[in-house]
Design a protein. Sequence first.
Lengths: 227, 419
Amino acid sequence: MSNVIELQGISKIYKTGYEDIIALKDIDLTIRNGEFVAIMGASGSGKSTLMHILGLLDKPSSGKYILDHKDVSRLSASNQAVIRNQQIGFVFQQFNLLPRTSVLNNVLLPTIYGKTRDNLARATQIIEEVGLSDRIKHKSNQLSGGQIQRVAIARALIMEPAVILADEPTGNLDSKRSQEIMELFRKINKKGKTIILITHEESVAHYADRIIRLRDGEIILPEELSA
Amino acid sequence: MKFLIVFKQSLQAIFANKGRSFLTTLGIIIGIGSVIALISLGAGVKVSISDQISTLGTNNITIMPGAGFNQGASDSDGSMGGHPGGGSGFNQASSTLTVKDLKSLSNKSQYPQIKQVSGQISGSSIFKTPSGDRRYNILGTSESYMHIQNLSLSQGTFYKQTDIDNMARVVVLGSQLASDLYGNKDPLGEPLRIEGTSYRIIGVLTRAEESSFNNPNNQAYVPYSAAAESFKSQNFNSITVQAENEEVVAEVKKEIKKALLANHKISDEKLADFNISSSADLLSAVSSITNMLTSLLAGIAAISLMVGGIGIMNIMLVSVTERTREIGLRKAVGAKTIDILAQFIIEAVMLTMIGGVMGIGLGYLIGKIAEPMIGFTPIVTGNSVALAVGVSSFIGLLFGVYPAAKASRLNPIDALRYE
């Protein structure tokens, strides 16, 4: 299987007035196509910084990032936006949806910024896959927390990206809803989609095939968890 | 980026906060409304005045005795010793327009572009009426005056050139005067004593439209030769020349000037003792004044547009802050800086355009409400509507750029984390 993500010697240093804060230290990481990977760590471990770099929301201070066989470490902001649009599907912990906007239009949001065809048909199909066909016309403020995350997942899938990047997707949900959302991720992964999950909860991380643990900006213990 | 979707989104954003959007655009609505109202009132005044001037006849040229407006300054320099004509009534004393002038302008073969000419001697005289002596206006002229002024007879005939040559004591009455003096009685053939001389009534005019400049219905018309004797003045108060059509008016004016200068033996046209003007001259003078006043008032109203624009900018800044996380989300799913910039500018422009359209409605309404009070019809022109829409969109653009730029520069990570 080919590698969808390769990080080589990625570091991120924040320069403040007095001292430089090293958020990530020389990270090497390879994620293969179709993998379900969890990135774990306490707050301050650098997992958010890593997620921002993986999601092209931020640039590394040094090192090389190869996404889908292309070096994306030194792209301009507008080229980063294109890659985010085409190659990465985001699921955030909160504020995932546009307020007062229908499920369908939320799912279609990324298509405004990229060239795709048959958006409506694809959106309808994906909304069905996440189990929200009966809510397609509902406004985002009429949905429960679990439903909101389902819409976010559908939106992450609409552009058929190389990677789904989920940042604490169950952080605001109770354990039953969390379980449902994780099952949905599993299902999507089984269909071949690469998923990277950022979490601090062991129970959530165990849905992944592989857990990468971060501490003080370094990967500490890669372990295989073939479920 | 798909503009149709962006337009739809902007509309949704505007209508999601209906109350706030309305209050925001209120400044624009009032600004555009007052600009439209003032421009349409101005246009209405202009048309109303032009209509009045047109009743004078657009082909007509009036020759008056005395110096032209542009010669006033040199006049006051030169004649410190008081007016030469002084005392006994300006018109009669200083008039220089002679029967010779009238005759020479009436020469059809020399001036083919002149349709007809009439000379007028005007004044007022005591009429002996059944209810006592009354003073009425009297106009000494010829039949061509009736044609030039579009007057027509309801009864009898108008006097002819022979009556003028014979100084016949005949009179044609305006419709109002006829009914004032004779009521329902037939005045034709009746004798009428004017200033001690007996005249015979030979005709009555049909009722004609009055204007601010004259009332043809309330005066008596006599041969100018008779009037000249009665007023003891050989010369005309004015000569009216009707050109064949509007296009030749300017040319005819030049011909008249040349002819009269020759008749009066004046070689330097700066010393001309007469003044030639056409309705078009008056019209253009009035137009330029009303245009100036309209733009002055519209300019003042435009200040409120500026204030409205600042209101738009303020609320757009609030909106950007409120929607920071939305902006972060949009950027995360692939919106570029320019996409966010365009989105917020379009939103501001749409907000002001909606305000502009509502303002046009308001301005129209103000004009309609004002109409019965001011006595003329305000005219909303396509130009003023286009101007209003253009100006309001420009204001949206102008005052939307800063908030939009602020929104588009947000870093997606910070924007997503914003609480």
